[in-house]
Design a binder for this molecule. Structure first.
Ligand code: ZN
Length: 447
């Protein structure tokens, strides 16, 4: 270091009088609009959705205004004090829209400000022309929603309005949508195992008895290979809803001990998550072995969990560090911008080249956080390891609104970066194309 300092002083002293020059290329006027227009019409790969398919929706009790509340909006009504027990009344019973609204209204009046709920207003306004939710509008809105879904609305929103080439669905298949839907699958039956009942159920499901730890590992392999045949393109890990993301390398003996305790128990025998941890951890490593063998990315829920009563500390992406080191050939996709662990996420993605930042859902969680951290991530992380969009929604209306929010935020940050001379206009467009489309296409092998 001393040598470098001396060298610098020497060079500075023999070059007197050379003023500091701003070498930034000044942007060509009008770049703001060109960036906005480019992003407006960009092709998108949507990396994460829970969308309810049209057939299932037609048979449901929420093909009315409450569709827009599925998951996010509902969660904030509960945050605002609505009893969680009202879920079934709202979504699984035949009630007219006005009666539904009367249940929701007091909690809506206390939570209309959140970005989850602003997105509902945006969906209702931009797609159905109704800008306020109240007793006199929910009926009309419900009617318009029913009418829209009586057509090819699902495809039109996803394919034409959003220009989504593919979306990756978490879990179940959507009949008839194989042209543009791909699937990721969860294996939490093995990762959150803590009861004898679960082991017995797996054995019945696979028509193969599970007597030993080896049998249990084989049942995971069987399930994994079955999903591969069905077209699974990625593994999804959801464990931080139930336990810590800290998975320690565990010996087979320690895992066997827990397994034996479980299988030797009574039919309804259950142990705590803490007691079951050695077995769960062991199975996670087996799952990662399979992901490596079959070259599938592993997507992990990190950061704030949906619903209520979850432990945020369980979802800190930093807890996964040992896995990034132990599995350098596996690509780990960390979901939701790891809210509120954006700085930790940046450090991980900078340090480990198998770590990807996935911004799905984060625009709905907090537009400000998305903007702040996208700005930082652009400075910290190779752009090839950021994917910009996934709605994490159940209704296409909310995908539409969230994508508009994503485009607005990404455009805003890129414009600031061009204005500051950090990147050029054409680099901004290159970044947009990579994060909205090309990076996901490469990561998930979608062409
Ligand atoms: Zn999700």
């Amino acid at each position: 270091m001393r040598f470098r300092v001396t060298f610098f002083i020497l060079i500075a002293s023999i070059l007197p009088g050379i003023a500091q020059k701003d070498l930034r290329i000044l942007p060509v006027p009008g770049f703001e609009n060109r960036i906005i227009n480019y992003i407006d019409t960009i092709r998108v790969i949507d990396t994460h959705e829970h969308l309810i398919g049209p057939e299932m929706l037609k048979d449901s009790y929420f093909l009315d205004f409450s569709l827009l509340f599925m998951q996010n909006g509902y969660d904030d009504l509960v945050s605002a004090g609505m009893p969680d027990t009202l879920f079934n009344t709202l979504f699984n019973q035949q009630i007219d829209p006005v009666s539904k609204w009367k249940i929701i209204e007091p909690y809506w009046n206390n939570s209309f400000n959140t970005s989850f709920n602003r997105m509902i207003i945006h969906s209702a306004t931009s797609l159905y022309g109704i800008s306020e939710l109240n007793e006199s509008t929910v009926g009309t809105l419900s009617e318009k929603i029913r009418k829209a879904h009586d057509s090819d609305w699902f495809d039109r929103i996803i394919r034409d309005s959003c220009r989504i080439d593919y979306f990756i669905k978490d879990g179940n298949y959507i009949p008839g949508k194989d042209g543009f839907v791909r699937y990721e699958k969860r294996f939490d039956d093995w990762l959150t195992i803590r009861s004898k009942y679960r082991i017995d159920s797996l054995a019945i499901l696979q028509l193969d008895p599970i007597y030993s730890l080896d049998d249990f590992v084989r049942s995971l392999e069987t399930a994994f290979e079955k999903e591969l045949k069905n077209g699974m393109i990625a593994v999804k890990i959801f464990s931080s809803y139930y336990r810590t993301l800290q998975f320690e390398k565990t010996s087979a003996d320690a895992a066997k001990k827990v397994f034996k305790t479980l299988v030797n128990g009574e039919e309804d025998f259950k142990i705590s998550m803490k007691e079951a941890k050695p077995l769960q951890d062991y199975m996670l490593f087996k799952l990662l072995d399979l992901a490596r063998k079959y070259d599938k990315p592993v997507a992990i829920h990190t950061g704030i969990q949906a619903g209520k009563g979850k432990i945020i500390g369980n979802s800190n992406p930093e807890l996964l560090t040992n896995l990034f080191i132990d599995y350098p050939d596996v690509n780990f996709v960390l979901y939701h911008g790891s809210y509120p662990y954006g700085g930790e996420l940046a450090s991980l993605a900078k340090n480990y080249r198998n770590v990807y930042i996935d911004m799905n859902w984060v625009y709905a969680v907090s537009p400000t956080y998305s903007e702040r951290y996208f700005n930082e991530w652009l400075e910290m992380v190779p752009v090839s390891r950021i994917t910009a969009f996934g709605g994490d929604c159940m209704a296409v209306e909310n995908v539409y609104s969230e994508l508009l929010a994503a485009k607005r935020i990404i455009s805003k940050v890129l414009i600031i970066k061009v204005k500051e001379g950090y990147i050029t206009e054409s680099e901004a467009m290159r970044i947009a194309k990579m994060i909205f489309h090309d990076n996901a296409a490469k990561l998930y092998k979608l062409n």
